[in-house]
Design a protein around this ligand. Structure first.
Ligand SMILES: [Zn+2]
Length: 113
């Protein structure tokens, strides 16, 4: 037995949005502005990488306690300037990153770095 559609496929959902989606929420945009100010006030214009033995110009501000684990992205005590290479290594979560305070466990309570 072959199944055939009797009624045409139609959508009752209005697909076109009245207002376009924002790439970043208003709340996150405000948080990013505050973070930008805090980073410049804390580290200046050309911070150096804080990974042990590096010292290159930092590219990123790393959060030892990530936002997903309850860390703040606007708290200077949760910010560590890192170069892109070291940031990539640290984000893999090696034991030495925890030893040097570049990564924090969620149960450390956010007083990392
Ligand atoms: Zn580095």
């Amino acid at each position: 037995m072959r199944l055939e559609r009797r009624a045409p496929l139609t959508s009752t959902i209005r697909l076109a949005r009245v207002t376009p989606l924002q790439p970043v929420s208003v709340k996150r945009r405000a948080e990013n502005r505050e973070r930008h100010k805090v980073v410049h006030a804390t580290f200046g214009d050309a911070p150096l990488c804080r990974a042990p033995g590096c010292g290159r110009l930092a590219d990123d501000i790393h959060e030892p306690l990530t936002r997903g684990r309850g860390g703040s992205v606007t708290d200077p005590s949760n910010m560590v300037p890192l170069c892109r290479t070291c940031h990539g290594l640290v984000q893999l979560g090696p034991p030495w990153a925890y030893e040097f305070g570049l990564m924090a466990h969620s149960w450390d309570g956010g007083d990392a770095a």
